[in-house]
Design a protein around this ligand. Structure first.
Ligand code: AMP
Ligand code: ZN
Length: 471
């Protein structure tokens, strides 16, 4: 099966054919770093990370070039810096670091490039000048605006025409615009805001030109895949596309456009402006493993809405616990032996890959992951070592491809305990071992009862004791 991708532009699934299979490129719009991100912002990260992993399998690790940007110039950043009385860079660096740490905890691989807008102002100005020179943009009142009337295909990605946009009042009307739909490429900075020199006067870039310039700077045109949340189709991606095409007098910009659906919370899109946010920062801090969040984020197809609930988290945790339990039991049976996965195996692993290749059908793939877990359970229950090795290798291979089951099973169960508890349990286990070695079984039993009271299940095995928290 070849990879099929639903292309927002074509409004249908298309077989994925990159421009150059030895250099497959993907760009995903990242966050504006003025605050902690919410779990909705993590949805595109985890979805496109899964695609990144799949592309690396299909084309080879070195052949896939993935850029995920950081927007580090924005009104909200200025406001956050002013509120704290610090430099803008203090805010952007702090929240970029948090973002990278949290996305890594969700199993997202580090993208090939993580360009920051402020490092590419020169390229933005070059693109703006190209647009002005080609008659696609005009300077007015310290601003430079894209002239939507001078680009016939404007609106093609989002399926809107200019009248719709104006009627829908989704565009800002301003006296210096020729047309209400014209959008800002460059604008004057207000006092106290970051400012750069330009042929159009001192100022700062508009949001859309940032991504067009970063794409050209780090990937080159055309790119194969452009991704982001569905809210970015209009105006952000429509405008990026218009700029990218017109700055070069035509040609391709992105060959496939992919958009994830919204993550909803209590019936509405999760968003900072609505205030209904749950943050990975708090969820991870409360001890929920990153893989549980990742499982929950991938549990619905990426184009469908995903409702974020307590029960979704609970189910995700239970399913992962089940898979880790099987892996732990399998590890005890095979005692350190491993087997290379058979990547071309028929059966559940093949179905798992086929599901991912079908426009990233993660719910289908996760059903196959669970089926691989059941196969492994049967092999372990039958005490069948060769079958256990094979099922385990295939389960772990599938897990890695989707960014799950990346923890040692023992650490998974111990990790649920929190640091303080871990130290305490390890100390009690050491005491218990010492007591046993000196045949002081009364003390050993007392310690075991103490661990039980702490909610710890101890499992004695051939290589020593392991433990986990009771469910
Ligand atoms: P922002 O910082 O709002 O520009 O968002 C960064 C990324 O997160 C973009 O790709 C958005 O489309 C995406 N995003 C924001 N809110 C949600 C949500 N509730 N569900 C899914 N994706 C979202
Ligand atoms: Zn963007």
């Amino acid at each position: 099966m070849t990879l099929q991708i639903y292309d927002t532009m074509a409004r249908e699934k298309r077989p994925f054919v990159p421009t150059d299979p030895s250099r497959v490129t993907m760009y995903v719009c990242g966050p504006t770093v003025y605050n902690h991100v919410h779990i909705g912002n993590a949805r595109p990260v985890v979805v496109f990370d899964t695609l990144f992993r799949l592309l690396r399998l299909l084309y080879g690790e070195a052949a896939v070039i993935y850029a995920r940007n950081i927007t580090d110039v924005d009104d909200k950043i200025n406001a956050a810096a002013a509120a704290e009385g610090v430099e803008i860079s203090v805010i952007t660096q702090r929240f970029t670091a948090y973002y990278e740490e949290q996305m890594a905890a969700l199993g997202a691989l580090t993208p090939t490039f993580q360009p920051r807008a402020t490092a590419h102002i020169a390229e933005m100005l070059l693109q703006i000048t190209a647009l002005v020179d080609r008659g696609h943009a005009y300077a007015a009142d310290g601003h430079v605006l894209f002239d939507t009337a001078a680009y016939a295909a404007y609106g093609k990605l989002s399926g809107r025409d200019l009248d719709d946009m104006i009627a829908g009042a989704r565009v800002e009307v301003a006296p210096y615009k020729k047309n209400p739909a014209d959008f800002v490429l460059w604008k004057p900075s207000k006092p106290g805001e970051p400012v750069w020199e330009s042929p159009y006067g001192p100022g700062r870039p508009g949001w859309h030109i940032e991504c067009s310039a970063m794409i050209e700077a780090v990937l080159g045109l055309p790119i194969d895949i452009h991704g982001g949340g569905i809210d970015l189709v209009f105006p952000h991606h429509e405008n990026e596309l218009a700029q990218g095409v017109c700055a070069h007098g035509g040609g391709e910009y992105a060959r496939y456009w992919m958009h994830n659906g919204f993550l909803d919370f209590s019936g509405e899109k999760m968003s900072k402006s609505l205030g209904n946010v749950v943050r990975p920062h708090d969820l991870l801090d409360s001890g929920i493993p990153g893989e549980v969040l990742r499982w929950a984020l991938l549990s619905a197809h990426y184009r469908q809405p995903l409702d974020w609930t307590e029960s979704l988290l609970r189910q995700s945790k239970e399913t992962l616990d089940g898979l880790y339990q099987v892996l732990r039991d399998a590890a005890a049976l095979v005692d350190g032996e491993t087997l290379a996965p058979d990547a071309d195996a028929e059966g559940h692993l093949a179905h798992f890959k086929a599901a991912l290749e079908d426009d990233l059908n993660t719910p289908g793939a996760m059903r196959e992951l669970s089926a691989l877990g059941r196969g492994l359970r049967s092999a372990v229950a039958a005490g069948n070592r060769p079958a256990t090795l094979e099922w385990r290798a295939n389960l772990l291979f599938a897990g890695e491809l989707i960014g799950l089951l990346q923890t040692e099973p023992v650490a998974w169960f111990e990790g649920a305990a929190g640091e303080e508890m871990k130290v305490r349990v390890e100390a009690l286990l050491a005491e218990r071992l010492a007591a046993r070695n000196s045949k002081d079984f009364a003390t050993a039993d007392r310690i075991r009862a103490e661990l039980d009271a702490l909610g710890v299940v101890v499992m004695d095995g051939p290589t020593g004791a392991t433990w986990r928290m009771k469910d």
